[in-house]
Design a protein. Structure first.
Length: 398
């Protein structure tokens, strides 16, 4: 219990709340306290009480009206007295005036579109109950990550792997059995439109309800971090309908561990060399290769090469083939073309009907580099590199 602060305990109890018992806070009191907490937070952030003034932010003006009402109602003062560690309800603070003229509370409340001028402070707009705000505050209460440069490459790599199909993201549904134990160090999630990384999972803590919990170190893609509880992260993931879990590399559709029944290979990478006599092509013949992926016969695919602009309207020779098991052919081909994109042949030819055509699968790259790329596909490190034409080698992405 010593590891839990009051907020943690309150968050745990929120999920197991029983009907209001005698002596507990009523919904009315909860709303009064929640409204006052908004003002306290403003004072903490700005170092002053909220003020009236047409040139000020609308929420500051709302908080100023709200504070005036809370000060004027004896019932509210009685509820908030013990929580007023900043002295906001004291006579001295209440006497602070920014400006020479008095404020018409009723008129200003009407202008701002609030119910502040009414007699019931619990009907204030822009106020959420403590229970409603708890999870949002836990997620929003973040600090700047001082060592974010150590984590930034991880986020960049995950983004590339998602784009390339090396990783996938899937929707998380509570009824699908997603548990706290499914959250582990090294995992990535998407929450509130941000990618987050679970950098550390602390020692187990026994929660008030008897279940085990743990303090996390969570890094966000915007350079912030938080130390929320494992159970709080799980609860936030459930509440965000757009939240997603990011798979491990190789668990996505690009690779699978086994071939489908009756299928010894699910794809063949083929490398072709053109037999064209066009000087612009012939002079580069030794390093000019067409790289593609097919699920059928390579020979059948190239049978009519000399009539197809894709093959530069010339016969081709097969210089290498690589059979791979359990791949998504479309994603793999896109990935290969991304890696060798900097060396793509820039040429325009006319097809057999005289229409201009720009082939997209021919690259000025030596065969030994293609061999290396295939090895990287097999060991699943291909997403980390790109071809450098100047050095004629694969290099790590910056």
């Amino acid at each position: 219990m010593s590891d839990y602060d009051i907020d943690d305990l309150r968050a745990e109890l929120d999920d197991f709340a029983q009907p209001e018992k005698k002596g507990g806070r009523s919904p009315r009191e909860e709303r009064i306290i929640a409204g006052f907490e908004d003002i306290q937070r403003f004072v903490q952030e700005h170092g002053r009480t909220p003020q009236h003034g047409e040139d000020l932010d609308i929420f500051e003006r709302i908080y100023a009206v709200r504070l005036d009402r809370l000060r004027s109602l004896e019932e509210c003062r009685a509820i908030l007295e013990q929580l007023d560690h900043q002295g906001l309800l004291s006579e001295e603070t209440a006497a602070e005036v920014q400006g020479a003229q008095a404020v018409d509370i009723e008129a200003l409340a009407a202008e701002l579109g609030t119910d502040e001028g009414g007699s019931d402070i619990t009907q204030l707009r822009h106020v959420r109950t403590i229970a409603d705000k708890r999870v949002a505050e836990e997620i929003a209460n973040r600090e700047r990550c001082e060592d974010f440069e150590n984590f930034k490459p991880l986020f960049e790599k995950v983004r590339r792997e998602l784009d390339q199909g090396v990783r996938t993201s899937r929707v998380i549904r509570k009824d699908a059995g997603f548990m706290k134990t499914d959250i582990k160090a090294g995992q990535f999630f998407i929450l509130g439109g941000q990618t987050l990384y679970v950098a550390e999972v602390g020692q187990p803590i026994k929660a008030p309800n008897g279940e085990m919990d743990a303090r996390l170190r969570v890094i966000y893609s915007n350079g912030t971090e938080s130390d929320l509880l494992l159970r709080s992260l799980q609860r936030a993931i459930y509440k965000d309908e757009a939240s997603r879990m990011i798979s491990e590399p190789g668990a996505g559709p690009l690779f699978s561990d086994e071939a489908e029944d009756g299928d010894e290979t699910s794809g063949t990478i083929y490398v072709l060399r053109s037999k064209s006599n066009d000087p612009a092509i012939a002079e580069k013949r030794e390093v000019l290769h067409k790289i593609g992926v097919t699920g059928g016969s390579v020979e059948r695919r190239i049978a009519n090469a000399k009539t197809d602009a894709t093959y530069l309207l010339a016969d081709v020779e097969v210089v290498a083939t690589y059979r791979l098991v359990g791949i998504n052919r479309v994603k793999l081909e896109n990935l290969i073309h991304r890696v060798f994109g900097p060396a793509r042949l820039e040429i325009e030819i006319k097809d057999r009907f005289g229409k201009p055509f720009i082939p997209r699968e021919w690259f000025l790259v030596p065969l030994f580099v293609i061999d290396e790329a295939v090895e990287r596909i097999k060991d699943r490190t291909i997403g980390d590199v790109v071809y450098d034409p100047k050095q004629a080698k694969l290099k790590k992405l910056a």
